[in-house]
Design a protein around this ligand. Structure first.
Ligand code: COA
Length: 409
């Protein structure tokens, strides 16, 4: 805190203005301008997730405890309720998800209209937003209503994405199968015939289910902080996830690997990239300084799945790229060299999804499917103890300008 800014105050109280001048400058106590990008700023408290270097835990469970062991449905339940479900809780939770996986003709119609030209993230954002129009609890921010909406949104998002995938291939959508769980259902509806699709996606959804106050969750909490409802807040989150500095880096990774094209081209490509201050998708993180704990799981998947992959040598390229960036790091600015030290979640998620048969431009959309439970948990937490999130800005533009009639400009 510091004494920093002088503001002009007009006192309205006539008694006081006898003692003081009508107008005068007073010093007021203001916070310093926060660091750019709010780096290091603790903006709220949360009981959902904790993230620090090489450390990620959901509701007290480290990611290593959950990934490869749990079902996505258990983790979604954990995020929304604070505890892992017992057998009965899980059965009931799954039954609710099953009940809500199908899409109405209204949503299927929008998907049909948009699938030819819309990108995956644009389509998901739009259809999620539109689903507010038919949700029976639209505008109801009570805990019970929000819990029911969280289940509906979590259940429907994979169906939306799978329908989009089918539609843009000119195929009929495949309806959800009530005998299958979350990941297996998506794999079937999307037509992924890789034998490991359901198992691998289940773990990927868990790894991406939640991540503290990342940009999309912050966006969702800001929208929720105005007392806007869950659909509005999730739509805000989906908008923020699209960007290449956030979830968009998954699709960005595939574009980058395609641009490199072959492992032997990597060295010269990196040289040029560093010279042009290129931002390598899948490298760098705001919180993780040495390791993103999710990346090791995804690298293992990518490595295993690459063995049966018949397309471009993506895994070889990305291994060579990581090694080459490491070798050429001394050519970067110290800040950039420190950032690219970390391979983040998006890097190997991108190839893992591609090797499962998911189109290269839809990795970010898959990320959204996993993240839905985390967004909903944060929106409920925000509404449970809400205060409007409304920071200030320090004005740096001109002042005192006079209006000039249009004829004189
Ligand atoms: C994740 C990310 C947005 C974090 O950004 P940040 O904490 O704001 O860090 P900055 O963007 O301020 O970066 C600091 C320096 O490192 C550089 N840098 C950061 N990430 C870089 C990357 N992936 N490749 C090359 N340089 C990078 C910046 O250009 C900047 O360099 P400069 O000081 O010489 O101008 C950033 O690392 C990034 O853009 N990564 C690529 C996109 C990505 O993978 N996003 C997914 C994150 S999970």
């Amino acid at each position: 805190m510091e004494w920093q800014v002088l503001v002009l105050v007009t006192f309205g109280n006539p008694k006081r203005s006898k003692r003081l001048c009508d107008t005068r400058f007073v010093a007021v106590e203001r916070e310093k301008v926060a660091p750019r990008g709010l780096e290091g700023v603790v903006a709220t408290t949360t009981a959902i997730c904790s993230v620090s270097d090489n450390f990620l835990q959901y509701r007290g469970y480290r990611i290593e405890e959950l990934a490869g062991k749990a079902e996505y449905e258990e983790v979604a339940y954990l995020l929304l309720n604070g505890e892992l479900p017992n057998k009965v809780d899980l059965r009931d939770f799954k039954a609710e998800l099953t009940k809500h996986r199908s899409l109405s003709p209204f949503l299927r119609g929008i998907l049909q209209e948009m699938s030819e030209t819309g990108t995956g993230m644009d389509v998901l954002r739009t259809v999620v937003s539109a689903s507010a129009a038919e949700d029976p609890a639209e505008g109801d921010n009570s805990r019970e209503a929000e819990y029911a909406k969280a289940i509906r949104l979590t259940a429907k998002l994979p169906t939306m994405l799978a329908t989009y995938i089918r539609r843009r291939r000119g195929e009929q959508p495949v309806p959800p199968d009530p005998t299958l769980g979350h990941a297996a259902n998506f794999a079937k509806m999307a037509g992924l015939d890789h034998p490991r699709a359901a198992e691998v996606l289940n773990t990927c959804f868990i790894l991406q289910a939640e991540h503290g106050l990342n940009a999309s969750t912050f966006a969702a909490r800001i929208a929720a902080g105005t007392n806007a409802d869950m659909h509005a807040a999730v739509t805000a989150g989906l908008g923020a996830l699209k960007g290449p500095l956030h979830g968009g880096a998954t699709d960005g990774t595939m574009k980058m690997l395609d641009e490199i094209g072959a492992p032997e081209r990597t060295e010269s490509w990196v040289e040029k990239a560093i010279a042009s201050k290129y931002k390598f998708s899948g490298f760098g993180h705001r919180v993780y300084k040495t390791e993103d704990p999710r990346a090791k799981f995804l690298r293992k998947f990518a490595q295993e799945l690459s063995k049966d992959w018949k397309g471009p040598k993506y895994f070889e390229i990305q291994e060579r790229l990581a090694a080459e960036i490491e070798r050429q790091r001394p050519k970067m600015s110290p800040a950039a060299a420190a950032k690219v030290n970390v391979v983040n979640v998006d890097y190997y998620a991108a190839t893992t999804y591609t090797f499962l048969g998911i189109p290269a431009d839809l990795g970010t959309s898959i990320f959204a499917v996993g993240r839905m439970a985390g967004w909903c948990a944060h929106i409920m937490e925000q509404h449970g103890d809400n205060r409007l999130i409304r920071p200030e800005s320090e004005y740096t533009g001109p002042s005192g300008k006079r209006w000039v009639p249009i004829a004189e400009r």
